[in-house]
Write a protein that binds this ligand. Structure first.
Ligand SMILES: CC(C)(COP(=O)(O)OP(=O)(O)OC[C@H]1O[C@@H](n2cnc3c(N)ncnc32)[C@H](O)[C@@H]1OP(=O)(O)O)[C@@H](O)C(=O)NCCC(=O)NCCS
Length: 159
């Protein structure tokens, strides 16, 4: 799905199925269904789904990954980005980032921002796709065990 869209309950199910497998509970990064639904109802959030074959999922087909994004004027914020562990290291994350990039460009977006837990292995993927580190928020994430981890902010300036 490209651009702000009304929430579709089947898609919310598909997003949550990936959400519930993709994020390590130790880090508390996964959103609840109500949080995703609330974001999509705000009107400036949208999402993209990818199937295991690298295409958009067909009706009734499970998603292998999703991205949740928020548009603010000429900026796009990548709020959540995940691939089901069963389908990782097969290029799906790369493809989803490419879709995000081209969709953003088609809507005149100038920058894509994201925030990542320090040490997340997604960093190499982001860097390979034009994201540069622009900031650090010390102790931003609080883990289940009480430990804190810095957040790193990345920006991809779309030429
Ligand atoms: C980050 C994530 C979306 C990557 O999805 P993916 O489909 O496995 O990514 P790709 O297959 O396109 O990976 C492309 C490249 O990125 C790098 N990469 C991806 N995952 C990596 C990992 N766990 N460790 C090291 N490098 C990794 C590699 O260079 C990889 O190329 P290679 O497989 O040829 O070595 C997935 O690991 C995920 O869902 N993680 C949990 C959720 C999360 O942390 N999301 C990001 C929040 S900011």
């Amino acid at each position: 799905m490209a651009g702000p869209v009304p929430m579709i309950h089947d898609d919310l199910d598909r997003i949550m199925a990936v959400m519930n497998t993709a994020f390590d509970p130790a880090f508390g990064e996964a959103w609840t269904r109500a949080q995703v639904e609330g974001a999509l109802l705000m009107g400036n959030c949208h999402y993209q789904l990818i199937a295991a074959d690298g295409n958009r999922p067909m009706d009734g087909e499970t998603a292998a990954g999703f991205a949740l994004l928020r548009t603010v004027l000429e900026e796009e914020e990548l709020l959540l980005f995940a691939i089901d562990p069963r389908w990782r290291r097969q290029g799906l994350g790369t493809k989803l980032l490419q879709w995000i990039d081209s969709d953003a460009r088609s809507r005149g977006i100038r920058r894509i921002l994201l925030e990542m837990r320090h040490g997340n292995s997604a960093e190499s993927l982001y860097k390979a796709h034009g994201f540069d580190r622009i900031g650090l928020r010390p102790n931003y994430y609080r883990l289940r065990d009480g430990a804190c981890i810095d957040a790193i902010t990345f920006c991809n300036i779309l030429a």
